[in-house]
Design a protein around this ligand. Structure first.
Ligand code: PEP
Length: 245
C-alpha cells in the first residue's frame, strides 16, 4: 500500500480550565513549528480573546442545531465568528457526562462539516472493553456511525483522535505499539471504502506529555496528539509541538 506523507498535528484541549492570563501567555509564548498543525481549544468564552497567535483555534463542543431554542448551546456559525476553525466532537467526557450517543456525535460532525468547521472526532474504548479484547469492534462502531452519515467531506476535512478512556487524565498512556495497533486498524478499516483514509490525520490522546510524545508520534499511523492536561503548561505544550516536528 502506498504511504502518504501526512502533516503532524498537535491539538491542546484545555477542557474547563484556563483564564485570561493563560490566553495572553499562549499568544506570546507558543512556538508553533512550521511543519506542524498546532491547534488550541480553550473554553468557548476565551476563543474571542485570542487575536494574534501562531496557531489555529478550536472549540470543545458544538450544537447539532443551526440556531433557535437551545438554551446554553452554541452554534457552528457562532464558533466561526469567534475564530474557531476546528471543533472537538464526541470527546469521552461529553459522551459520559452528557450522554452523547454515537448517533448524536455523527449529527454534530455532519453539521460541523456542512458549516465549514473541521471536526476532531474522538473515539476510544473504556477499560473493560480493552480487557475483553473488543477494542477494534468498539472503535469501528463509533467511527462507522459518523462516516455513514457524512459525505466525502469527512475524508477531506475531518481529523480522528483515538483516545482510550482509561488513558485520559490518568497518567496511564497507551504504549506506542498499543496505540499504533488501533491507529492502523482505523486507517485500514476506512481505507476499505475510501482511499483518502491514507491522508487522514489520526491523533493519539491520553496522558501524552513532554516525555512520551516523541515516541508516540514516531509510530507510522500516529499523526500527532490531542493533549489535555499537558496543554495547560506553555513549556510542556511547546516541547510536545516540537516532538511532532
Ligand atoms: C483529552 O482531554 O483529550 C486528553 C487526552 O487528556 P489528557 O492528555 O489529560 O489525558
Amino acid at each position: 500500500m502506498m504511504r502518504f506523507e501526512r502533516k503532524k498535528m498537535v491539538a491542546g484541549n484545555w477542557k474547563m480550565n484556563g483564564n485570561a492570563d493563560l490566553v495572553k501567555q499562549f499568544m506570546l509564548e507558543i512556538n508553533a513549528p512550521e511543519n506542524v498543525d498546532v491547534i488550541v481549544c480553550p473554553p468557548f468564552v476565551y476563543l474571542a480573546q485570542f487575536d494574534s497567535q501562531p496557531f489555529a483555534l478550536g472549540a470543545q463542543n458544538m450544537s447539532e442545531h443551526e440556531k433557535g431554542a437551545h438554551t446554553g448551546d452554541i452554534s457552528a456559525h457562532m464558533l466561526k465568528e469567534l475564530g474557531a476553525e476546528f471543533v472537538i466532537l464526541g470527546h469521552s467526557e461529553r459522551r459520559q457526562d452528557h450522554n452523547e450517543s454515537n448517533e448524536l456525535v455523527a449529527q454534530k460532525v455532519k453539521h460541523a462539516l456542512i458549516n465549514g468547521l473541521k471536526p476532531i472526532l474522538c473515539v476510544g474504548e473504556p477499560l473493560d472493553v480493552r480487557e475483553n479484547g473488543d477494542v477494534f469492534a468498539y472503535v469501528q462502531k463509533q467511527i462507522d456511525a459518523v462516516v455513514s452519515l457524512c459525505s466525502e467531506d469527512f475524508f477531506d476535512k475531518a481529523v480522528i483522535a483515538y483516545e482510550p478512556i482509561w488513558a485520559i487524565g490518568t497518567g496511564k498512556t497507551a504504549s506506542p505499539s498499543q496505540a499504533q495497533e488501533v491507529h492502523q486498524f482505523i486507517r485500514q478499516h476506512l481505507a476499505k471504502t475510501n482511499e483518502k483514509a491514507q491522508r487522514l490525520q489520526i491523533l493519539y490522546g491520553g496522558s501524552v506529555n513532554a516525555d512520551n510524545a516523541k515516541q508516540l508520534f514516531a509510530q507510522d499511523d500516529i499523526d500527532g496528539g490531542l493533549i489535555g492536561g499537558a496543554s495547560l503548561k506553555v513549556d510542556d505544550f511547546n516541547v510536545i509541538c516540537q516532538a511532532a516536528s
